[in-house]
Design a protein around this ligand. Structure first.
Ligand SMILES: Nc1ncnc2c1ncn2[C@@H]1O[C@H](COP(=O)(O)OP(=O)(O)OP(=O)(O)O)[C@@H](O)[C@H]1O
Ligand SMILES: [Mg+2]
Length: 271
């Protein structure tokens, strides 16, 4: 395992708690039921009933790069709606970040009430806005070479299991899937500021409008299809393929490069 904190008993490190208490006063907190990631997420409620989130990950956990998340939140502040970082600490073994709770709920959860067309429009227009940001002064990069190198590292360490791949890839061993990935590497890149994990869980909406972006640990300059591919995958899973065309139209994409979509979805199997 890359991350050696006690996963059965996730805790906010004492030093981080002390810093938070100084800043926020007394609060209660509990572990937030989370997805598959190795980060530990907690929800905090202060005496004045202000709500915050704390995310803690191992310092070497490049899948949950808390330092990158902090830098991305900082870079995006006033450019896009992102939570302001209230507190951040980095130590030898762990890094932790605290952000205020965004209003509303994730786009994935909001699908119960939002018309699908509205959800797709918000999803596509937000991505277009993000990708249109000028990147000259952006210090965050997540090159394709770095991503492939990370994927290789996890394959070599034996940390991937084909039972966790998408159903169509489960017949491959991680080694074989990695070989397949290498054969499909695109020749051209269109570099923009990318979210890095642009699935509907990480986009928050409130009253039918965007309220913010979270989970920016893998954000930085990369190919636009890093995000487009994961958005297309999210749309297929949550809504169905018939909404892909609307997404492309709202993003302003005349021709969806299906090979790149396939490649970046495949690449995400390793993350
Ligand atoms: N600032 C915030 N406002 C509202 N909800 C938040 C905030 N930060 C985290 N959350 C909640 O905690 C969940 C996990 O946070 P996040 O996505 O950052 O971590 P993660 O470990 O990468 O999780 P996953 O692997 O499930 O994407 C989010 O899906 C969201 O429900
Ligand atoms: Mg997330």
């Amino acid at each position: 395992m890359i991350f050696s904190m006690d996963l059965r008993n996730p805790q906010i490190p004492e030093r981080f708690l002390a810093g938070l208490k100084e800043q926020l006063g007394p609060f209660e907190y509990y572990e937030f039921p989370d997805g598959a990631s190795k980060a530990d997420v907690f929800q905090l409620v202060t005496e004045k009933e202000r709500v915050f989130f704390v995310k803690v990950a191992g310092i070497k956990d490049q899948n949950n790069n808390i330092d990158n998340e902090r830098k991305a939140c900082h870079w995006l502040l006033r450019k896009m709606p992102v939570p302001k970082v209230i507190h951040f600490q980095k130590h030898k073994k762990w890094a932790a970040i605290c952000t205020p709770q965004l209003l509303g709920e994730s786009l994935a959860n909001a699908l119960d009430q939002l018309p699908p067309e509205t959800a797709v429009k918000i999803y596509a227009q937000t991505l277009k806005q993000l990708h249109d940001l000028p990147i000259d002064d952006c210090p965050l990069r997540f090159s394709l070479g770095d991503r492939i190198a990370l994927a290789r590292k996890w394959v070599e360490k034996g940390e991937l299991y084909n039972s966790e791949f998408e159903p169509e890839n489960q017949r491959y061993t991680p080694d074989a899937l990695f070989e397949k990935l290498l054969q499909l590497v695109p020749h051209e890149q269109h570099l923009v500021f990318t979210h890095g994990d642009y699935c509907m869980d990480n986009i928050f909406v409130n009253n039918g409008e965007l309220s913010g972006l979270i989970d920016l640990g893998r954000a930085g300059i990369a190919d636009m299809y890093q995000d487009i591919a994961l958005a297309i995958r999210s749309i297929r899973h949550e809504l169905g393929m018939e909404y892909e065309a609307l997404f492309c139209q709202e993003y302003g994409l005349d021709n969806l490069d299906q090979d790149k979509v396939d490649f970046y979805i495949l690449l995400d199997e390793f993350f």
